[in-house]
Design a protein around this ligand. Structure first.
Ligand code: KG4
Length: 338
């Protein structure tokens, strides 16, 4: 008999629902929330209210696009954390309510596991998936981690940021340049037209596999502050070169630790995930690094880089196969590690 999982993701500002049958994706619907744009960041209370408005139509659309009805579902997988508590509560409560109504189990999913396992979402039978063990560079607005993935339920963080995340470095520097939030995609676009060697920014010197991005942020800020004193139009006149140099520095920092981690672990496969893995420069640099070192690279489709329920559904599918269900008194977590 087929196993059909409904995945629900509501950890931050995207409401998403997806259906996976026997490991194959049937639908993945995402409603992004534009309500935060004018505030320059996600407003938690507005996010949870928008989730409440979106969740029924999003789940309904995901079921329709998958061509199934509620009674075909085997289980419901939901993101339990980490994320914004109010937002997580909407997805968690909805999953519980629907599961009681349908008399099917619920499966809780760690959002970070979801990002790592997004590489196992197949759209057709012969889509390739990574072989264990592999290394995943997980880079988003809230995390920058090097994860050694031994199995779907056995992951070890071997390096992580001690201050800002890679996405924060993009967003905070973009803000200094007067770009809209989130600034990562704007830097990406500007960088394509700029000279990545024009400006030099600080890189961290940390002996182990941990990341740090706050020094880069400070050196970016000081460079701009001093230059604007001399020429008030400095940012506008140099925005492409600034973006390209900033992006190149972030990539160099990411790749430096990735290289160390590959050598330490001896893995043959490298994957990237999280919002920043949508960055054109990061994607090209990781693909190029893997080619030069004869490693297999898994670069996600852009639709699976940001928060999506397909990754929640696939993580839930594996837990369902293990009968690893979640009790009804399970509360969401704002912070969880691997
Ligand atoms: O994984 P994600 O959707 O969620 C959070 O962790 O909140 O990641 C969002 C982050 C933001 O910092 C955004 O600027 C960054 O991913 N991002 C990018 C690009 N697309 C999204 N950063 C650089 N280049 C991009 N193309």
């Amino acid at each position: 008999m087929s196993i059909t999982i409904l995945g629900i993701e509501s950890s931050c500002d995207d409401t998403s629902a997806a259906v996976i049958r026997d490991g194959i994706l049937l639908s993945n619907v995402i409603a992004s929330q534009s309500v935060h744009e004018e505030y320059g960041g996600v407003v938690p209370e507005l996010a949870s209210r928008a989730h409440q408005q979106n969740i029924v139509p999003v789940v309904d659309t995901a079921l329709k696009r998958a061509g199934i009805s509620k009674s075909d579902l085997s289980a419901i997988a939901f993101t339990r954390g980490p994320g914004l508590l109010g937002s997580l509560l909407v997805g968690t409560s909805f999953a519980k309510g629907l599961s009681v109504g349908l008399r099917i189990p619920i499966v809780d999913v760690n959002h970070l596991h979801g990002h790592v396992l997004s590489h196992f979402v197949r759209e057709k039978e012969d889509d390739e998936v990574p072989e264990y063990p592999f290394l995943c560079l997980l880079i988003s607005g809230g995390n920058s981690q090097l994860v050694l993935v031994k199995n779907y339920n056995d992951m070890q963080i071997i390096g992580q940021t001690i201050d800002d995340a890679a996405g924060e470095a993009f967003d905070k520097c973009a803000k200094v340049m007067g770009l809209p939030y989130p600034g990562g995609p704007f830097i990406d676009r500007l960088a394509a037209e700029g000279d990545p060697k024009r400006f030099k920014f600080a890189k961290p010197h940390i002996a182990n596999l941990d990341y740090s991005f706050s020094g880069l942020k400070t050196s970016f800020l000081y460079t701009l502050r001093d230059a604007v004193k001399e020429n008030p139009n400095f940012i506008e006149e140099n925005k492409a070169d600034l973006a390209a140099s900033l992006q190149a520095t972030i990539i160099a920092i990411l790749l430096d630790k990735l290289d160390k981690a590959v050598k330490q672990t001896g893995v043959k496969t490298v994957a990237i995930g999280g919002g920043v893995s949508a960055n054109s420069g990061v994607r090209a640099a990781v693909a190029d690094y893997c080619e030069r070192h004869h490693l297999k690279a898994f670069i996600p489709k852009r639709a699976f880089t940001t928060d999506n329920a397909a990754m929640v559904a696939i993580a839930g599918y594996y837990k369902y196969l293990d009968k690893d269900f979640c009790p009804y008194d399970a509360a969401p977590f704002a912070r969880v590690t691997m």
